[in-house]
Design a protein around this ligand. Structure first.
Ligand SMILES: [Zn+2]
Length: 367
């Protein structure tokens, strides 16, 4: 089934315009205010139309001030914002704004996510099928959640497992863990797995960094010390030159299970890796390496359009939150929403597999 082109909803348009308005402010405080309002609208569960009162005014939305409200009312009345267009035109930053606007396609707002989750399609993955998150950062690297908090949050969400995938030592900017520190973490994980045996399983993982040449920052022996390797690019994400070779090398590397946020794109900021994705997906499908849909709202990587091509190539998928804090676990829902829009069935999603089956698959790729 091929879905028609999706028109951005009003929430997405408002978010984009408030981001533009933030970008052209000279005062730091105003920049922060509009950015915060943009985030607030992006996080609304419902279409912004439902916030309009009978008298045409807008119901109070936390973190959305009077000037942002004016932009919203303009958009609702005219489908555009004269205020924003004037501010952009007068700022001397019109080209920058234009460029940023070109880097916002196929991002879902929270309202889009809720709509996709509620849609009645039964042949695609749903939240009920989802058993565990496979990209999580803890206080061992740049995360704010303890291992214990990961277990407790997982249990509260009805999960059966979660993979702890802190950044590897090749990424000092994200406080990547040394192998010695990783050994300590494994000791702590073993202890928690004994304590929660039969209820919840922490999986020993790592987020390895894909270097510019496609090699990883961890040796094959280092990779064998964990149960799950998410390999992801964190550099050369603004280059327009073809990086198919880099991504193919990462997929084919021994002991890689998941190609994490494959493009490395960021909302309104950078397009990420340019590659012949069909070749990358084909290689991943042959090796049964899962392609990640990273649900971080700023990433949404890969998106539903690319995911549809990966599905056609026969790929497996990992739908992850990439949570660095307990408050970010709901990002997994954004990943599930993209998967639903792409038409991905639950059996292709490794997060929906029972833990023994998942670990069997993982061991097969590590060997
Ligand atoms: Zn990453």
């Amino acid at each position: 089934m091929v879905a028609g082109p999706r028109r951005p909803d009003t929430n997405a348009l408002v978010v984009s315009l408030l981001r533009d308005l933030a970008a052209v402010q000279t005062s730091r405080q105003k920049r922060w205010g509009y950015a915060r309002a943009a985030d607030a609208v992006a996080g609304l569960d419902a279409p912004i139309e439902s916030y309009v009162r009978a008298d045409g005014s807008l119901r109070k939305i936390p973190h959305v001030g009077p000037s942002s409200t004016r932009v919203i009312l303009e958009v609702l009345a005219t489908g555009a914002s004269a205020t924003v267009e004037e501010a952009v035109a007068g700022s001397g930053k019109a080209r920058e704004v234009e460029r940023s606007r070109g880097l916002r396609d196929t991002f879902l707002t929270r309202a889009d996510v809720m709509k996709a989750l509620r849609s009645r399609r039964r042949d695609v993955v749903s939240l009920d099928d989802y058993r565990g998150d496979l990209q999580m950062h803890s206080t061992y690297s740049d995360g704010k959640q303890s291992l214990e908090a990961i277990v407790e949050t997982g249990l509260a969400r009805g999960y059966e497992y979660a993979a702890v995938t802190d950044h590897s030592h090749g990424l000092p900017i994200a406080r990547g863990v040394s192998m010695a520190r990783l050994a300590e973490q494994h000791w702590a994980i073993d202890r928690l797995n004994r304590k929660y045996a039969g209820r919840f399983r922490l999986i020993k993982g790592i987020e390895a960094n894909i270097l510019a040449d496609g090699s990883l920052d961890l040796t094959p022996a280092e990779r064998r010390r964990v149960e799950l390797v998410v390999a992801a690019p964190h550099s050369a994400l603004r280059s327009a030159s073809d990086q198919t070779g880099r991504m193919l090398a990462a997929v084919r590397a021994q002991g890689v299970h998941i190609l994490g946020h494959p493009r490395g794109r960021k909302y309104g900021v950078r397009p990420g890796v340019t590659a012949d994705w069909d070749r990358v997906f084909d290689a991943a499908a042959r090796k049964t390496v899962a392609i990640e849909i990273d649900g971080d709202p700023r990433r949404q990587d890969i998106d539903h359009e690319l995911a549809r091509r990966a599905l056609a190539a026969g790929c497996l998928f990992a739908l992850d939150s990439d949570a660095h804090a307990v408050s970010e676990w709901e990002f997994a829902e954004t990943a599930v929403a993209h998967a639903r829009l792409a038409g991905i069935p639950a059996e292709r999603v490794v997060n929906c597999w029972p833990v023994d089956f998942l670990l069997d698959w993982a061991r097969g790729l590590s060997a």
